[in-house]
Design a protein around this ligand. Structure first.
Ligand SMILES: [Fe+2]
Length: 240
C-alpha cells in the first residue's frame, strides 16, 4: 500500500497546479460539454465500441467533429511550452471498475513515431478531459519514471468537465483506490474521458503502443455520432 497526499485544489474552479499537473475545472462551456457527453457516452458503450484508434486534428483546420471543436476550445489553456504544436491526437475511452485493473495501457509514457526522424518521441503535452465524475480511478503521474518515490507521485480524480494537462514525457497510469489508499472504493460509474495529445508533428503508428492505429483521419465512418453536420449533411431531420 502506498499513500498519496490529497490534492485539495480539486474543488476550485480556477486553474490549479501541482508540480507536473495543471488542472482546469469547468473547462468547456455547458452546451459544448453536454454535446460531448451525449455523443461519447454511447460511442464508448462496450457493445458499440469497435476501435481504440486515435484521430488527428490539425489545429486551425476547421473541426470535423465535436472533439476537434473541443480541442479548439481547450487550446486556450495550453501552457507556454506548447508553442509550436501543430495538432492534436485524440481518442475516447471508458473504464469500468476495477479501474486500475481495467486500464489497458498500464504504467507508460505516451509516444509516437516522428515521421522525419523515424524515431519514437513523446508528445509535447498529454491531457485528458473527463466527462464523468468518479471517486476512484485516479490518473497518477510518476515524474521520476517507473521508480518514482511515493512522495513524488501526483494524481487527480476524474471530475466532469475537468481538464488535466501534463508534460508528454511523464510516466503515468490509472490506479484504483484500493491500490493507492489500500481501501476499496465504492464507485461504480463508468470513467469516461477524452485524451488529447498535443504534438509538433503528426505522429505515425508506434509499435508497441496499445492502440490499433494512431492519428488516423476522421472521416465520419468511425464514431459517426461525433461528426459535425456540414453543408448538405444536415442530420437534424428538420423539414422546415
Ligand atoms: Fe497515456
Amino acid at each position: 500500500m502506498v499513500s498519496l497526499p490529497i490534492n485539495a485544489n480539486l474543488t476550485r474552479k480556477a486553474v490549479s497546479l501541482t508540480k507536473h499537473l495543471t488542472i482546469i475545472s469547468d473547462a468547456l462551456q455547458a452546451d459544448a460539454l453536454q454535446s460531448l457527453i451525449d455523443a461519447v457516452v454511447p460511442a464508448t458503450d462496450p457493445a458499440q465500441m469497435t476501435t481504440n484508434a486515435s484521430f488527428w486534428y490539425t489545429l486551425g483546420d476547421g473541426p470535423r467533429n465535436i472533439v476537434d471543436s473541443a480541442a479548439e476550445s481547450l487550446r486556450q489553456y495550453l501552457p507556454e511550452f506548447t508553442e509550436g504544436v501543430v495538432g492534436v491526437e485524440w481518442w475516447i475511452g471508458r473504464i469500468n471498475p476495477p479501474y486500475g485493473d481495467n486500464f489497458p495501457y498500464g504504467l507508460h509514457t505516451d509516444w509516437g513515431i516522428n515521421p522525419s526522424t523515424k524515431r519514437g518521441e513523446t508528445p509535447t503535452l498529454s491531457s485528458i478531459l473527463y466527462l464523468t465524475s468518479v471517486n476512484d480511478g485516479a490518473l497518477v503521474l510518476y515524474p521520476e519514471g517507473e521508480e518514482s518515490p511515493v512522495g513524488t507521485l501526483e494524481y487527480v480524480l476524474p471530475r466532469k468537465n475537468l481538464f488535466a494537462m501534463f508534460s508528454g514525457n511523464v510516466t503515468h497510469n490509472v490506479r484504483s483506490r484500493k491500490d493507492v489508499w489500500g481501501i476499496p472504493g465504492d464507485a461504480a460509474q463508468a470513467r469516461i474521458s477524452i485524451q488529447f495529445n498535443w504534438w509538433k508533428f503528426r505522429p505515425t503508428t508506434a509499435t508497441g503502443k496499445n492502440l490499433a492505429s494512431i492519428s488516423v483521419d476522421y472521416n465520419g465512418t468511425i464514431f459517426p455520432e461525433l461528426a459535425i453536420a456540414g453543408p448538405g449533411q444536415d442530420r437534424s431531420g428538420s423539414c422546415g
